[in-house]
Design a protein around this ligand. Structure first.
Ligand SMILES: [Zn+2]
Length: 282
């Protein structure tokens, strides 16, 4: 048991939203393809407001990852989201971290922190690397900038943890781990999100999964965590441009309704959940 959850709760569920808007497609070099870019516009103009209205109607607190490009494109909406929900850093323009030097990655993070403070008037507490990969420097930099939590890695499942530093990784001598980082990690895998299940891309991701299959996957993970390893947390990741389409959005409404009806589930923002952290059990 690593979290002290509110009375009666066996598992915390964090609804995180990667509000990528156009930045996702810009980072993939698709700016000359207005059809693809319109998916990003749909994200900001239709889907994100639809998600926000649902969360506010249900009265749940959620966490929104926004690249700087997103909140500078839709500043009014971003501030409306920040009024009732948490906003965390998710790149300047959804840049992949793959192969970045320490200095380049530090500069990228500094630009995000500065822009965030200028926009929201506070220091960001959470981070998720855009597009997947992190580097050997990422966690050191998150510690350096004072981030409280990260949700980029997959080193756990139903319990947050503070990742250990890698002292040496050698093909024959093996890997030696050292002291833990300060930042609290909420694991995330493609099983816990919508994008790869749903989003069809020509020559790329097949997507097109039945929404009920995804619903079953999320519910099974949460049910198991509550039953077998209480005191943990499950992070679910939503992309407005994918989950916002009506046939999937309808599944999300059913999912959140079922979660809210249970007294053993606490739906909260990542920072609210991180505040209940009690340290590692060992
Ligand atoms: Zn993203």
């Amino acid at each position: 048991m690593t979290l002290r959850l509110p009375d009666g709760a066996a598992v915390a569920v964090a609804i995180t939203v990667d509000f990528d808007g156009e930045s996702l497609w810009l980072a993939k070099g698709r700016e000359q393809d207005e059809t693809t870019m319109s998916k990003g516009r749909y994200c900001g103009e239709v889907a994100a407001p639809r998600l926000l209205a649902l969360f506010n109607r249900l009265g749940i607190s959620t966490s929104w990852g926004m690249p700087v490009h997103t909140y500078r494109t839709w500043p009014e909406l971003a501030l409306r989201i920040a009024r009732d929900h948490e906003v965390f850093c998710h790149g300047v323009c959804h840049e992949s971290l793959a192969g970045l030097s320490l200095e380049a990655e530090r500069d990228l993070l500094r630009r995000q922190v500065d822009a965030y403070e200028g926009m929201f008037g506070s220091r960001p507490k959470g981070y998720r690397a855009p597009g997947g990969p992190t580097t050997p420097h990422t966690l050191d930099l998150l510690d350096e900038f004072g981030f409280e939590w990260d949700s980029s890695l997959a080193g756990g499942d139903v319990h947050p943890y503070r990742p250990r530093r890698v002292l040496e990784r050698h093909p024959e001598r093996g890997t030696r781990y050292g002291a833990r980082h300060d930042v609290l990690e909420f694991s995330t895998t493609v099983d816990q999100e919508d994008w790869f299940s749903f989003e069809f891309e020509f020559g790329g991701n097949p997507g097109m999964a039945d929404p009920d299959l995804v619903l079953k996957r999320w519910q099974s993970m949460i049910d198991w965590a509550a039953r077998e390893e209480p005191g943990g947390a499950v992070a679910i990741t939503l992309h407005p441009q994918s989950i916002g389409r009506p046939h999937r959005f309808e599944m999300l409404e059913r999912f959140l309704g079922a979660m809210q009806a249970r007294s053993d589930i606490w739906i909260a923002s990542m920072t609210q959940i991180a505040a209940t952290w009690q340290g590692e059990t060992e």
